[in-house]
Design a protein around this ligand. Structure first.
Ligand SMILES: Cc1ncc(COP(=O)(O)O)c(C=O)c1O
Length: 446
């Protein structure tokens, strides 16, 4: 049997994968000039693909001169060295990076029954006429109206559609805000620690210094800060809801010190204990810029987010985006119009919430006897405190078994908190069950 392995998750066509791997076998000497290739029908059956996939690969290799067809006697290796080297043994472990099942904070559960809705959305996109030039940098008007309505209904945030801007996601929204915030020479941006790594990277890329805000303490001082970036509905990654008193303290500090508060409201609709806590921006729409994303409620691959911009920054925000042509692609915006208009987003949030609400207690029941929960479980992940050496050991054991969990240390800058962040949105039910067995087993070993 040929030592090849086709991967349906690989974006390359199966025939291309097969041709690439046969070429590599010839180059490595595992297939030598004069070797006979298996018949296409048999190879197709062994690989579990249609015969045309194998024929396509063989045709390509014949055209390139790696193989030759001999009348009536099949296909032979023509290129490469005479004489074979040892066939490389297929590696079984460690699992290849992309084979790992992600138990991360960012991969949502997606209901496979929703495929028809997606097809409808893309069909509508395909029959609509795209704008001829650069489109309105603010985003599609009907989409901004639908999002404004949804923000009022689900996040207690009464906004005019005229203040909603479509972006390429949370970090893009932050980047645009940073581009238009007044800049003093020593201005920093305050970020929760531990906190969202992409936000820290975005701030640094914008050439601004990062000031660490201990994630669970009230923010009383923002002197010298242009902005403070926070996740009040679900502190990332410790899980806490920012208490009302801390919200007021933060807003008072921001007003006094002239800092913009940037609210990252990434997964607030997924709560299982209480109703979603209203957005911080609903308390002060001039001091707080609000960042929403399609990444949790719908899909991260859409690369779509929305920013509610304070009035005083709107003109500069729009001018910057018009100048840089930095707006999300029209087809994606157009598809989201269909999804919102037809109630898909509400339905998907409802069904995902049901799944997470069932999974969260399963994760807690399995892991709580072995580690300390860092905060309430919401969204699609839980965070556990453990000594670093143990966390590293458990992470390695999970990886050997094909699962990826993150170390809490990786979210810390100056904070010293150790443990694991265990997501439960990405895996199937069976994968989650197995992952929990693996984690419990590793945690039980002292
Ligand atoms: C804290 C936080 N904010 C926002 C996001 C979403 O970012 P984006 O909208 O760029 O996909 C994530 C995704 O993992 C996140 O963890």
């Amino acid at each position: 049997m040929l030592p090849v392995r086709l991967d349906r998750a690989d974006p390359r066509p199966l025939g291309t994968q097969l041709a690439d791997q046969v070429r590599r076998l010839v180059l490595d000497g595992a297939l030598a000039r004069g070797d006979r290739m298996p018949p296409t029908r048999r190879l197709a059956a062994e690989l579990g693909v249609s015969r045309s996939v194998v024929e396509q690969a063989f045709d390509q290799l014949l055209a390139e001169g790696w193989l030759e067809a001999r009348q009536g006697s099949g296909t032979w290796v023509a290129g490469g060295a005479a004489g074979r080297r040892a066939v490389p043994v297929r590696r079984r472990t460690p699992a290849r990076e992309r084979d790992l099942v992600l138990l991360d904070a960012g991969t949502p559960w997606v209901d496979p029954r929703h495929q028809a809705v997606w097809r409808r959305a893309w069909r509508e996109v395909s029959t609509a006429t795209p704008p001829r030039g650069y489109d309105d940098p603010r985003g599609l008007p009907e989409l901004r109206t639908l999002l404004a309505e949804r923000l009022g209904r689900t996040r207690g945030l009464a906004v005019d559609a005229d203040r909603v801007r479509l972006t390429g996601g949370t970090s893009a929204g932050l980047r645009h805000l940073l581009a238009v915030l007044p800049r003093e020479p020593d201005d920093a941006v305050a970020l929760e620690d531990p906190g969202y790594r992409a936000a820290a990277a975005t701030v640094r890329e914008a050439g601004r210094a990062v000031r660490d805000l201990p994630a669970l303490e009230p923010v009383t001082d923002l002197a010298g800060c242009a902005a403070a970036y926070v996740t009040p509905a679900h502190q990332h990654p410790l899980g806490r809801v920012m208490p009302a008193a801390d919200r007021l303290t933060l807003l008072a500090s921001a007003r006094r010190d002239g800092a913009l508060v940037v609210e990252d409201d990434y997964d607030s609709e997924f709560r299982y204990d209480v109703a979603p806590v209203p957005a911080l921006a609903s308390l002060d729409r001039e001091q707080v810029a609000y960042l929403g994303t399609a990444s949790k409620a719908i899909l991260p691959s859409l690369r779509l987010g929305w920013t509610v911009v304070p009035d005083r920054l709107l003109d500069a925000f729009d001018a910057h985006r018009a100048l840089t042509h930095d707006a999300p692609p029209w087809p994606v915006q157009r598809a989201l119009v269909t999804l919102l208009r037809d109630g898909y987003v509400d339905a998907v949030v409802r069904s995902a919430r049901r799944v997470y609400a069932e999974r969260a207690p399963r994760v807690v029941a399995a892991l709580a006897p072995h580690a300390e929960l860092a905060g309430p479980v919401a969204g699609m992940y839980s965070t556990w405190l453990l000594p670093q050496a143990r966390a590293v050991r458990v992470r390695a054991a999970a990886e050997r078994a094909g699962f990826r969990v993150n170390l809490l240390r990786d979210y810390c800058r100056t904070a010293r908190l150790d443990g694991l962040v265990v997501g439960f949105g990405g895996p199937t039910d069976d994968q989650l069950e197995r992952a929990l067995d693996v984690l419990v087993d590793a945690l039980s070993r002292r």
